[in-house]
Design a protein around this ligand. Structure first.
Ligand code: UT7
Length: 321
C-alpha cells in the first residue's frame, strides 16, 4: 500500500517582531496586558509593502525542500492554502512554482479554507499520494493577513500576523499520515468573514475581517475536540499515546480548553501564538516547523494537527512524524 509521510518542514516570517506595545505606539486603543491575558499573543510579524503571500510561501517551501534534501524539480504537485492570495488569479501556487524555479509540468492550485486551510491541503495531498497519482507534494500555508485587517477595529487587528509554513509530503510504504478528517458548516458565515468582493472594478462590501470573537471561541473549542476524537478513534490511538498536539494558533485559551477536553496535558501542546499571532492557514505549519527545529517534535512521534476557521471549516490530521 502507498502512504504519505512528511519528508521535511520549513517556515518563514517577514521582518522584525511587532510587539503589543508597538501596536499601542502605533495608536491602537489596546494594551499589552489585555492582548496577553485574552489571547496569549506577545508579538506578530507583518509583511512590508510589496512582500506578497507567494514570496512568503516560496521562502518557507525552500526551507522545507532543504530539510527534505530535495530540489524544486523533485516536486510534482504544489498546494497553497491561503485566504490572502497575491491576485485574483493566477493562483498563489502557480506564482510559488515560478518563484521556486520549478520546471514546467507539476500541477499547482490554491486551497481556500481560511484557518483550516493547511489541514485541508495536507489531507488533499495525502489523498493524491495514496491514490498513486503524485509522489512528492509541497503543501504550503501562507498568509498576509495584515492586508485584510481594519486598523480601526481593535477587536480583530491585534490578533493576526503574516507568515508561511510548508511541508514536503512524500510517498512511503509506512504511514506518516495516520488519519484525517475535514468538516464544514456554511451557516456560520455571519460570525467570521471578509464580506467584500471585487465586481465591475470596485470593491463592494467590507474588504476587512469581521468577527464575533466569543461565538467563534465557543464553536472552535467544541469542534476541535470532536475532530481530535475522530482521528484518534480512526487510527485506534489512545490519547495517552499522543506525543504532541498542534492546534490552530489563534488563542492560547482555545488551545488549552481543547487540550483539557481531550485529557491532554498542557506540556504536550505546541504553542507559537505568542510569537506569531494568528496567521490563519500558516499557523499550523509554522508551529510544526518551529517544534521540529527546536527538537521538540522528533521522528517517530505522534502529532495531532488541527485547524478551525471561517466557513466555518474545521479538521484534524493525526501523523507519525
Ligand atoms: O482564526 C479565526 C479564529 N478566531 C478565533 O479563534 C478568535 C476567537 N475569539 C477570541 O479569541 C476572543 O473572543 C477574543 C480574543 C477575540 C476576545 O476575547 P474575549 O475575552 O471574548 O473579549 P470580549 O470580546 O468579551 O471583550 C471584552 C472587553 C470588551 O470591553 P467591555 O465591553 O467589556 O467594556 C471589549 O471592548 O474587551 C474589550 N476589547 C479590548 N480591549 C483592549 C476588545 N478588544 C480589545 C483590545 N484591547 N484589543
Amino acid at each position: 500500500m502507498i502512504f504519505s509521510r512528511i519528508a521535511g518542514t520549513g517556515s518563514y516570517v517577514p521582518g522584525a517582531p511587532v510587539t503589543n506595545d508597538d501596536l499601542v505606539a502605533r495608536g491602537i486603543d489596546t494594551s499589552d496586558e489585555w492582548i496577553r491575558e485574552r489571547t496569549g499573543i506577545r508579538a506578530r510579524h507583518f509583511a512590508e509593502e510589496g512582500v506578497t503571500t507567494s514570496k512568503l510561501g516560496a521562502e518557507a517551501a525552500r526551507r522545507a525542500l532543504d530539510a527534505a534534501g530535495m530540489k524544486p524539480a523533485d516536486i510534482d504537485l504544489v498546494i497553497v492554502a491561503t485566504t490572502t492570495p497575491d491576485m485574483v488569479f493566477p493562483s498563489t501556487a502557480c506564482l510559488v512554482q515560478h518563484e521556486l524555479g520549478m520546471p514546467s509540468g507539476a500541477a499547482a492550485f490554491d486551497m481556500q479554507a481560511v484557518c483550516s486551510g493547511f489541514v485541508y491541503a495536507l489531507t488533499i495531498a495525502d489523498k493524491f499520494i495514496r491514490s498513486g497519482s503524485n509522489k512528492r507534494v509541497l503543501v504550503i500555508g501562507a498568509e498576509t493577513v495584515s492586508r485584510i485587517l481594519d486598523w480601526s477595529d481593535r477587536t480583530t487587528c491585534v490578533l493576526f500576523g503574516d507568515g508561511a509554513g510548508a511541508v514536503v509530503l512524500e510517498a512511503d510504504e509506512v504511514p506518516g499520515i495516520m488519519a484525517t478528517t475535514l468538516h464544514a458548516d456554511g451557516s456560520h458565515s455571519d460570525i467570521l468573514s471578509v464580506p467584500g468582493q471585487i465586481a465591475n472594478g470596485v470593491v463592494t462590501g467590507s474588504p476587512f475581517i469581521r468577527m464575533d470573537g466569543q461565538a467563534v471561541f465557543k464553536f472552535a473549542v467544541r469542534v476541535l475536540a470532536d475532530a481530535a476524537h475522530e482521528v484518534l478513534t480512526r487510527a485506534a490511538l489512545p490519547v495517552d499515546q499522543l506525543d504532541w498536539m498542534i492546534p490552530h494558533q489563534a488563542n492560547i485559551r482555545i488551545m488549552l480548553a481543547t487540550a483539557k477536553r481531550l485529557g491532554v496535558s498542557e506540556d504536550h501542546v505546541i504553542v507559537t501564538v505568542d510569537r506569531h499571532g494568528n496567521t490563519s492557514s500558516a499557523s499550523v505549519p509554522l508551529a510544526l516547523d518551529a517544534a521540529v527545529r527546536e527538537g521538540r517534535v522528533k521522528r517517530g512521534q505522534t502529532v495531532l494537527l488541527e485547524g478551525v476557521g471561517g466557513g466555518f471549516t474545521w479538521g484534524a490530521a493525526l501523523i507519525r512524524y
